[in-house]
Design a binder for this molecule. Structure first.
Ligand SMILES: [Zn+2]
Ligand SMILES: [Zn+2]
Length: 281
């Protein structure tokens, strides 16, 4: 924390979903940065249940959210988090949770975005008319109910989703209502992905917050700005047997959030011939 440019500073955190519990501890401990919750309507920037579509990418949304909190509180520093659920970027068909956490600092013009990809997610849904109680209960068990809440909405039609359900009786009642209000008599039962009712997601947000903290605690060797850290990787690690470049990571690239300075660190060793396009086509 010694010399941290964030020591004694308070940042606005735009959240309606208790994200301060995941983000506050590492920021305070390592950077001396405090958080002030800005209770702005972050749902206006999009919801997981689809009533409000999400314009732009998660990265753009997280920065817009941070700015929303800054203008609501007048803090020159803002923080926000945003999640994206879908197939894993490199493992097709595997569900993943990508969590973005951003810091915007108008005092210095710094913008830092950190992201974490996690396979640990209960992101799932079931289409049901609610009469097969065993199937419903099996699904609820799979998504970690009741520690994780669920949402229910009509499968077809414009009915509003019922969110934050944590009691079995409430789930079946909501399924009956949604099925009755659906053009095809079916309801959709899904994991509630909002952080305050989804401890699995809250853990991934905490990991992203820790990553952001580490990045902000690392200064650029060239311009001394905070926010130096991993940017990406380059493939091409040579095969151990024949030396052909493979898709395995060959170089890790780190960079500055403010200046163009980059560091390329080659990965030691060689790739297994099993991942070689020539030895194992
Ligand atoms: Zn720099
Ligand atoms: Zn080879």
């Amino acid at each position: 924390m010694e010399g941290s440019p964030f020591r004694g500073v308070t940042a606005a955190l735009a959240t309606m979903h208790g994200k301060q519990w995941a983000l506050r501890p590492p920021l305070r401990r390592r950077l001396g940065l405090g958080l002030r919750v800005a209770a702005v309507d972050t749902d206006a920037l999009g919801t997981f249940t689809g009533e409000v579509p999400r314009p732009g990418t998660a990265r753009e949304t997280v920065l817009r959210k941070a700015r929303l909190g800054m203008s609501a509180t007048g803090c020159p520093v803002g923080l926000a988090s945003e999640g994206a659920f879908g197939p894993h970027p490199t493992l097709p068909g595997v569900p993943a949770d990508v969590e973005y956490v951003a810091l915007v600092d108008d005092r210095s013009g710094l913008t830092v975005v950190e992201s974490v990809v996690s396979l640990e997610t209960n992101h799932a849904q079931l289409t049901t008319d609610g009469r097969d109680r065993l199937a419903v209960v099996a699904f609820l068990r799979r998504v970690g109910f009741p520690h994780h809440a669920v949402v229910v909405r009509p499968a077809r039609g414009a009915g509003r989703p019922e969110k934050g359900l944590r009691r079995l009786g409430d789930v079946f009642a909501a399924l009956r209502r949604a099925a009755a209000g659906s053009a095809d008599g079916d309801a959709v039962l899904a994991a509630d992905l909002r952080a305050h009712v989804n401890p699995t997601r809250m853990r991934v947000i905490a990991a992203a917050g820790l990553g952001l903290t580490r990045r902000l605690a690392t200064t650029c060797p060239e311009c001394a700005a905070p926010g130096f850290g991993p940017l990406g990787t380059e493939a091409g690690l040579p095969c151990r047997d024949c030396g052909t470049p493979t898709h395995d990571v060959a170089v890790r690239v780190s960079g500055c959030a403010r200046c163009p300075y980059r560091e390329r660190r080659p990965v030691a060793g060689a790739a297994d011939p099993g991942s070689c396009p020539r030895c194992n086509p």
